[in-house]
Design a binder for this molecule. Sequence first.
Ligand SMILES: [Zn+2]
Ligand SMILES: [Zn+2]
Length: 725
Amino acid sequence: MTDKTRLKTELLRDILKLRRFQDSWKICEYLNDSEAWDLFGKAAINDMDIELATRIYRHVQNSGFVNALEKLKLIEERNLLAGHLANSSNRYDLAQTLFLSSSQPLEALEMRQNLLQWSEALTLAKRLAPNQIPIISREYAVQLEFTGDYTSALDNYEKGLIGDEDLSTTSLSEDDLKSHNELCKAGISRNAIRCGNTRRGIEFVSQLSHNKVLVEECATILDSMKLYSDAALLYEKSGNYERAANLYMKVKNFNKVSDLFEKVDNKEIQSQYAKAKEMEGKYREAVKAYIKAEEWLDVVRLYLDYLNNPGEAVKIVRESKSIEGAKMIAKFFQKLNDMSSAIEFLVMSKCHDEAYRLAQSTNQMDIYANILLDYADNHELSQDFLSIAIHYEQERDALRAGKFYCIAGQNKKGVKFLLQAAALSNEDQNQALHLAIESAADSKDEQIIRMIIDFLIGETDGVPKDFKYLFRLYMSLKYYREAAKTALIIAREEQNAGNYRNAHDLLFGMCQELKRQKITVPSEMVNSLMLIHSYTLIKLWIRVGDHMRSAKLLIRVANNLSRFPEHIVPILTSAVIECQRAGLKRESLEFATTLMKGEYRDQIDLKFKKKIETLVRKSGGAHLRTGDTSDADLIHTLCPYCDNEVIDTELSCHKCRNSIPFCIATGLHIIKEDLTVCPNCHFPAILSHILRLISNEPICPMCNTTIDLTQMAQLEDFQSVLDSN
Ligand SMILES: [Zn+2]
Ligand SMILES: [Zn+2]
């Protein structure tokens, strides 16, 4: 401000005092300053020159003020006008005096209310409008509560309450009255508590328990005043169960905590509760709480140390996969001297070295090894398996050393030990060779395969081993041709020993496997299977009562007696009987004569001996005559390849030189017009015959599985059967 301006401003004040308003206007214009104009405006209002004041405020574009002044223009009463003008220039006490001496003293009350000056408003209301006292008191109370004057706030809330006796004087509607009184009661609750009258506060809040916000507010106040029991109660009522449980815990009201427990989803509280219960020695409740808090280690500890329930502890550890818990259980079992369980839990807690040492010192390496084997992912454990292998090697247990060297990935070393074990002990041979073959199949290592083959064929110790091992080796290496050759040798051995079922199953299985691998089945294998299968069909046809069928099969088998060395006499005896029954007299007599030769005669079953002797004696050598025809030779059916006539029991066509597949029901060669296949094994059969054979019991004579008879139909596509031969 320049000196000149200051001088002019002082001049303005002086001129205003002299009410020289025209000069004042000029000075204000000169100063062009809003404060100067405001000074001028106030002077005009003081002078109650509303006209001038309006002009001034319009000039400085204070439209709010202009509007207010426009309204006052209508007021004619001097004091009332003066009151409003004083109010608008912030001279409230003067305004109040003027209003009170005017015809509208309530303006004073309204002014104080607008100014939120509740104390003054209250004083005025007592004189001017007693029915407003409650509302003003409530407003005043809110203000006082806000500023922290709780005692006065409480006092005013109390005054605000409108009781039944005051109903006649109130101007409030029913709804407004209700919400007014509720606000007062809420205020009383809060401030009574703050002022130390908690009983009264809680009593009021109980009346308003539907107001969860208020209940929680009061709970918070009590909480901050460290009145935890009451706070907890109110938190519980407000639905804040966590805080309630927390405070109940603080005041050690555990009954309440356990009541609330189901509703609380806070691990920390659950854990605290559990600890408190444990301190009290209530272990069962503590365990429940630890479970909720998912503190598995404590659960396990309590089950083991206090509740004597290792079963539950074990269950928890298995489910929770708690490593520390497993360690705890391992220690527990060690104390009980139950070393195998201890080892198991040491493994579970990933303490493999400890488990190994314990297994070694307590001589329980097998248990340790088996537990490790149960682990799904034992690739990571190869070092552990190696330790086990070394242990067994030191113990001179070749079988186990070999097994675990293989599992640890050292196949060559492992197989060496396994073959050693197989050579040393007949008892271990099967398992050792099985493991060695498995290892060869896994590793596909040429040297390992050679080592095993040399051992099996007796190259290493001069003792050839059972062919089934060689067969198994070839099969697991998928060397099907070699497997087939071996299978033939084994089947021959089985057949020689009279184990026809084994031989049949082996050859059948091998045929199926070769077909699956799309490898042609060698004719020697087909023949062997056909012959052994014919043998198995005999008793089925006897059972059906078709003696012609059984006789023809017996003729075939009897003509290959060298393949059934264990049953020569019974086969010949049956052949004699069945051929008799079928009316094939020449064949019957031929077999009877063979039986009467010295070497077999004494072995004939006594039941039949006499009859066969009589048969041979009566014939008097008649059978030796040439040109004697037999009914058995007479039946011809067509070759499915070339339609040439071929004797039904023959399996190759002398014209087209094809070998013809045999029927699994009769052993005869198949015929195009009456053809089917087993829906399970796909071996062919003459439809009319097989239906007769299995009418009582629908089981395939080849693969031994039950057949759905509805699937047995005349085969249209006979070519597929011929092609697959
Ligand atoms: Zn032919
Ligand atoms: Zn079948």
